[in-house]
Design a protein around this ligand. Structure first.
Ligand SMILES: [Zn+2]
Length: 79
């Protein structure tokens, strides 16, 4: 069982992660900064896991979340 499957059972967790892990104007994650102020490139790993957790929570099948491209396709379907 992956991290996203565990997180899917904890909607408060992935919701707060999706709120915190957003891109700054340089395309880096606001939340993922180390002590030197170096930020992870966005979307960071936490963001991707949180998005997969949301996908599973909303009824997606485990293992069918294909990452960034799949997420974009899903957004188009909703729009
Ligand atoms: Zn992050």
């Amino acid at each position: 069982m992956g991290m996203a499957s565990i997180l899917a059972e904890l909607p408060d967790m992935w919701r707060s992660a999706l709120t915190a892990h957003v891109p700054d104007p340089q395309g880096r994650c606001w939340a993922c900064r180390d002590a030197n102020g170096v930020a992870a490139t966005w979307p960071c790993l936490t963001r991707e896991v949180a998005e997969e957790a949301k996908y599973l929570y909303e009824g997606g099948l485990p293992g069918t979340f294909g990452g960034r491209h799949a997420a974009r396709t899903a957004e188009h379907r909703h729009a």
